[in-house]
Design a protein around this ligand. Sequence first.
Ligand code: PMP
Length: 420
Amino acid sequence: MTPADPKRWRRDFPLLSVRAHGQPLVYLDNAATTQKPRTVIDTVSRFYKTGNANVHRGSHALSAQATAAFEQARSTVAHWLGIEDSATLIWTRGTTEAINLVAHSWGAQHLRKGDLILLMQSAHHANIVPWQMLAASREVRIEAIPLQADGDIDHEAYHRLLEQRPVLVALGQVSNALGTIYPITDLCREAKAAGATVLVDGAQALPHFDIDLNTLGCDFYAFSGHKVFGPTGIGALWGRRELLESMPPWQGGGEMIEHVSFDATTYAGLPFKFEAGTPNIAGAIGLSAAIHYLNAQDRVAMDAHEQSLLDHALDCCSQIPGFRPIPSGARRVSLVSFELEGHHQQDVAHWLDQQGIAVRAGHHCAMPLMQSLGLPGTLRASFAFYNTHQEAEHLALALEQLVQSQKTTLPVADLEQSNY
Ligand code: PMP
């Protein structure tokens, strides 16, 4: 493992040197979206400057070049996830669209009245609402897998729910609201043993560690490019070939057909059957640049750095009167969900914003989780490998100042001379 070098990493991300409210930006909202390395920005810009054309149906050199880059991007992302058969990787706008694809296509084909879907209490709305919409039209039951008080999944309750033979188990690999890393391989294995089809929302896992879909054990895997340092508006769904082949298309239009007449239409094969219309070509190519960037780094060193950031942030903040971290299980990514007793979360977020510190306050699109915690929402500081220990200290200092009601401005000069 090479030593972590956040200073070097920071230099790759132009946005990290902007100012917010006159202060150096401390960006701790990485779970909402990550910043983009220069290589991603340049790749997207270069595509529009010198490579822009539509893909798959052009009869000119530029289109052939754009098609090759677009399909190469698919292979890059597929290989990153351990997939040889890149036709099983479907481009989507992100995790939300990927899950909607499965709900509309696979769900409509397989779910019958009275069937059971298991979701997680901590699920993001993207892994709840598409299933509810389907359940409403098909009289399918939905049950939530509860969490223990320490934030980990309640295994006994999960096993009991699996005894009811759910048709679908839709899991999250990492909670976006708590940061908890769930034992996804075990959860998938147990769900498969109970006869379920298993979907995993990987949106919050891939920003922190690599995965191998050959060993994870799910049937569908969804993620978003913008959470892994790629552009917005691009993401993917991976599915087992036999499932994808048996599923009907969910959107109709150009690109996804083999032959159209007014009597009958036949559909293209994988992956095009699920990619109606002009895709986000620049987004896919930009995402592959993000993956090349990640592949060129030592992700073990990045993960170690993030874990040390997490420990440091918790250490610093634990000194603050009223700081209450929300229990997040035994293993978690570099994300701290917390309350500051006596202070409304939105007020705290506003105060931090005034100090140049970007965090998120609210329910984090996980309202059922907040209901089970008895909270309207939390404050969430989410770190990436490019954050520094000093930024964690600034978060703690700003919170401390708020608590002490010493609303003085943070020492900007110190921050500027620091690790940036
Ligand atoms: N699932 C999880 C766990 C998420 O954190 C998010 C984004 N906050 C989503 C799904 C939805 O992702 P997107 O908005 O990129 O589709």
